[in-house]
Structures are given as structure tokens and as C-alpha cells.
Design a binder for this molecule. Structure first.
Ligand code: SF4
Length: 343
């Protein structure tokens, strides 16, 4: 029997927490803010002639970022001009949705959250609530729009497929071990830096170093490249400027009860698995290799950040997650994902 992917009931991952306190990270070049819908574009064109960016060779329109600040043209220290002057409901759809994402599954819509956001990774936060997330995830017709769908056969490994119900039961144990956070590599049961098809890790490091310029995303790519080059080739580190130092220093003031770096990393990996976006590339076993690699990179970056106190350990881990989450969405990393073999 074929089980269809359903959008509801909405399902929240145990332990997921989020509260927007307006740190403004999502309004910077942590991602191209898009794709904008036709309605978004019509509304933005009424407000400004310079709000939309269309990247050469790509269909999707995205929000214009200022080249001097790396922030959205509508952002200022006072917040989002559309939010304050036009109304929060009229912000572009990707702004309303961030950091939520929705995956349709045979048991319902899984709400996941992205971790390139200090309002997701730092401080004491309330649990994610399905109704609040739903208000952000519906389109102008009130319909939930999943970004991804999973059907009844899930590949646990190259040699083992499970029904979705069996997968979810087994996945619960894995997510529990990740949230417990005592030994993340053992929970993942995977080796970082698997041999890639058609490219080497040194090539990947070089490609990341090729991101030039003063944007935060370029800084992040160089940190990421440095960590790979150090871990694989023992090459010296080249990047020292912290791309989102201002936001993390501000957000760090909210941290009164610091958690261990493993809690920050485990929470991030749990959401990556829960989102099931990895099914685009192959089995969960393959995804574990990819996540073990980004975990090793995140740990190296966190180690290069200040590690003098428990509180700073917590902030450094969140800042490292920010970098590996941003790079995890880029085209070069997508190519790496395609080059990771099934174990
Ligand atoms: S439109 Fe507003 S919420 Fe969206 S990225 Fe720009 S400043 Fe941020």
C-alpha cells in the first residue's frame, strides 16, 4: 500500500526551541533570502525599485543585500522597515518562514528549524509550538507549503529500507542519543571525511578559500575551508575575522545558563536528521557521514574561537554551527553531498 505524504498533523521534534528576539542575523547574507514568490515581488516593487536581486542564470528572485553591510536593504538598527512601517504580515514569505521548514511525511508535517540563527541556538528558549510555526509556514491562501516530502520507504542504509513508521521508531533512538550529547560521533556511528567521488577534500578546502570579498558568507566559507585544510592536510589557518561577531556578542549576553558544546551540536544534528532533507542525496547512513564531517569541522572552528569559559564554549559552539549551517546550504557543499558515497 502506498502511504502519501501529509502536511498535517504538524509534528514538532522533541526538545526543539525557538523564540525570535530580533538579533537580525536572518536579515544578513546568511543565505540568499528567497526564493521570492510572484506576490512577494509585486509587493516589493511597490515599495522600492532596488529590493529584488535576480542572480544570473537562476530563475529565482531573492532580496537585495547591501554590498557595504551585507544586510538586507530594509534592515536597520531599528529592525525591518517593512515590519515596522508596512506591517509584519507583508514581509516577504521567506522572512516570515525563517527559521521554520516543513517536510511532509506519511505521519504528518515535520516542523524543523534552521540553526543559522542566534534565536535558535543561544539562551533559554521556549519550546517550538506547532500553531506558532504554522502561522509562519502558510502561504497567502492559508495553505501549508512543504519544502520537502518523504514517502513510505526510507533508506536507512544502502542495504536496508524501512517503512516510515519503522524508520520513525528507530530514528527516535538516534535523536535521543544526539540530544543526550555525551558522544556524538558514536551516536552518528560514522567517520568524517569519507573518500569522495571525483574530488578530494583538499579541493573542497581550496574551493571554500576561493570565496573572496568582505561578505559574511565569504568569511564563513574561508573558516570552513580552513577547518577542512587543517583537519585533512594540517595546513595553517588563514581566516581570523569572525563573520557574525556583533550578533553573537549581543546574543551571548542572554546566556545565563550555558550548555555544553555537545548539546549545541547535538541539537543541530538532531534537526538536520528530523528535517529529512538528506533523503535527496541517499540513505541515512550516507547522511551520517556528511553530518560527522560537518561536526568535525564545527568542532575545529569552535576550538579556534575563544574557549576560556563555559559560557564562551556555549557561544563558540553556536557560532561554529552558524558557519557550518550556512555553508551546508551552498552550491559547492551540494556538490560535496553528491560526491559522498554510500558507506
Ligand atoms: S525584508 Fe525585513 S525581515 Fe526580510 S530580510 Fe529584509 S529586513 Fe529582514
Amino acid at each position: 500500500m502506498t502511504a502519501y505524504a501529509k502536511r498535517e498533523p504538524l509534528l514538532v521534534r522533541a526538545g526543539a526551541r525557538f523564540d525570535c528576539v530580533g538579533d537580525g542575523l536572518c536579515c544578513s547574507d546568511i543565505h540568499a533570502v528567497g526564493a521570492l514568490s510572484d506576490e512577494d515581488c509585486q509587493m516589493l516593487e511597490m515599495i522600492s525599485n532596488d529590493a529584488i536581486d535576480r542572480h544570473e542564470g537562476e530563475d529565482a528572485a531573492v532580496l537585495m543585500m547591501r554590498s557595504d553591510t551585507g544586510r538586507c536593504v530594509f534592515w536597520s538598527e531599528q529592525g525591518c522597515a517593512i515590519h515596522t512601517q508596512v506591517g509584519p504580515d507583508l514581509k516577504p514569505t521567506p522572512c516570515i518562514q525563517f527559521p521554520y521548514a516543513l517536510t511532509a511525511t506519511p505521519l504528518g508535517g515535520r516542523i524543523s528549524t534552521q540553526h543559522r540563527c542566534t534565536c535558535r541556538t543561544l539562551g533559554s528558549l521556549p519550546p517550538v509550538r506547532a500553531e506558532e510555526a504554522k502561522a509562519c509556514l502558510v502561504d497567502s491562501n492559508g495553505e501549508l507549503k512543504p519544502e520537502h516530502a518523504v514517502f513510505d520507504e526510507v533508506s536507512w542504509s544502502q542495504h536496508e529500507s524501512l517503512s516510515f513508521t519503522d524508520y520513525a521508531a528507530r530514528e527516535a533512538g538516534l535523536i535521543g542519543a544526539l540530544l543526550e550529547g555525551s558522544n556524538l560521533m558514536a551516536a552518528l556511528d560514522a567517520q568524517p571525511f569519507p573518500t569522495l567521488r571525483g574530488m578530494s577534500w583538499s579541493d573542497v578546502a581550496d574551493e571554500m578559500h576561493d570565496f573572496h570579498g568582505p561578505t559574511r558568507a565569504a568569511y564563513a566559507a574561508r573558516w570552513f575551508g580552513d577547518a577542512i585544510a587543517f583537519l585533512v592536510d594540517r595546513r595553517e589557518r588563514t581566516e581570523h575575522g569572525r563573520p557574525w561577531a556583533d550578533s553573537f556578542e549581543r546574543a551571548g549576553e542572554r546566556v545565563v545558563d550555558p550548555v555544553s558544546p555537545n548539546k549545541v551540536f547535538g541539537d543541530w544534528i538532531a534537526d538536520e536528521i528530523w528535517s529529512m532533507r538528506w533523503t535527496r542525496f541517499g540513505s541515512l547512513a550516507r547522511a551520517r557521514s556528511e553530518l560527522a564531517t560537518r561536526l568535525a569541522i564545527a568542532r575545529r572552528i569552535a576550538g579556534w574561537l575563544d574557549i576560556s569559559t563555559l559560557k564562551q564554549d556555549n557561544i563558540s559552539a553556536a557560532e561554529a554551527v552558524m558557519i557550518v549551517d550556512v555553508i551546508g546550504t551552498t552550491d559547492p557543499w551540494e556538490k560535496v553531498q553528491e560526491a559522498i558515497p554510500e558507506p
